[in-house]
Design a protein around this ligand. Sequence first.
Ligand code: UGA
Length: 433
Amino acid sequence: MRITVIGGGYVGLTTGVCFAHLGNEVMVVEKIPQKVELLKKGRSPIYEPGLEELLQENLREGRIHFTTDLREGLEFSHVIFICVGTPQKPDGSADLSQVEEVARETAKLMKSYKLLIEKSTVPVNTHKLIKRTVQRYLKDPNIPYDVASNPEFLREGSAIEDFLKPDRIVVGVESQRAKEIFEKLYKDFDCPIIYTDPATAELIKHASNSFLAMKISFINMVADLCEKTGADVKLVADGMGYDKRIGRAFLNAGIGYGGSCFPKDVKAFIRMAQDYGLNFGLLREVERINQERPAKFVEKLKKVLWSLKDKKIALWGLSFKPNTDDIREAPSIKVAELLIKENALLSLYDPKAMENFKLLFPEGKQINYAKDPYSAVEGASALLILTEWEEFVKADLGKVKELMELPIILDGRNIYEPQEVKALGFEYYPTGR
Ligand code: UGA
């Protein structure tokens, strides 16, 4: 099939590259010319395992094309995926101006049937606003079109795998014509495909992200309780997780969730409920618990070290999760801010995210970026683990101990077994264990 993807960000690029990989012909419309130039050369503007290789392969096969021109994108195909950003406004609601712009500009250029598909996360009933906008700007009001919701559930760091092997596909459609296009598009996917109305599809996405965030905040509170009582949160999560109704996933306690989705989506969900006259107080607590995590972590460090002033503190992991260079809403940002306030000296290391972090925290008197995990810990009074990169899981802790001034580890991601680390002579403070 021929497919047009509007927006070459995380979701758009993965969607485009993966559909091309499945044998479709894809045109990605991206506004930023520099990005298009980069993509045409087979370079990915974001770090995502496997993405660049797949991009290059499909460029070679001639199955993926890039343009800045919306008109070209619309002439290419009648299947249009809207993958533009839906960032957060200061009041917590979703900023849908990019979605509105795509709907408006598409309508002005439309000459024949189009299926407009929302893939970005949007508040429930956004499809109605898209339809109203398209209808208003159409040159000829008789040109047929459909608006559908087909939310994406991929995670950063495992985007390709998640796209190609999803747990389920959700499609919200209003016409048989649109439904048949999706049936063709997803015919080779071996997972449940749920056909429903667009409002339900939109809600499934938002509710799923909010629910997962709730699981994380829940287990983080249980972790705090474990620390007070001597129980082990990892085993509590295992014990709970065997219950099929609960499931073990997203019950890893730690320093809290970050990224471009959960913090924003939980806020937008609360806000949206409020707009419909409902107080989703449960999610306000989820958010509050999460916002407290970095401060609680730094408090713990202060208890361990007494004063942080002029002490070298090593930070391993700056991205909001492993296998990405993304630092949006990463807990590391708040931890770094709090440590700077305490006049600590920060020694930072991350396999991929240091360049992005430098934009927020330039190198200086209090901030130093290390070339590898070992030089980061040299002379440090404590090591804080903020992201569970494989490189840290496999690190030579014997070497780390020799290099540090004090062998103290605070683990915000529970990557080590307490007995093993303690046996090496470390003072080890995991989360909730
Ligand atoms: C999330 C969802 O998992 C995807 O299904 C969804 O498509 C995506 O948002 C989106 O809406 O675009 P993502 O933000 O890439 O994906 O990353 P996750 O793997 O969900 O992790 C989010 C945060 O939660 C990370 O900071 C992670 O460290 C944290 N987390 C996750 C925990 O603290 N504990 C856990 O048990 C799991």
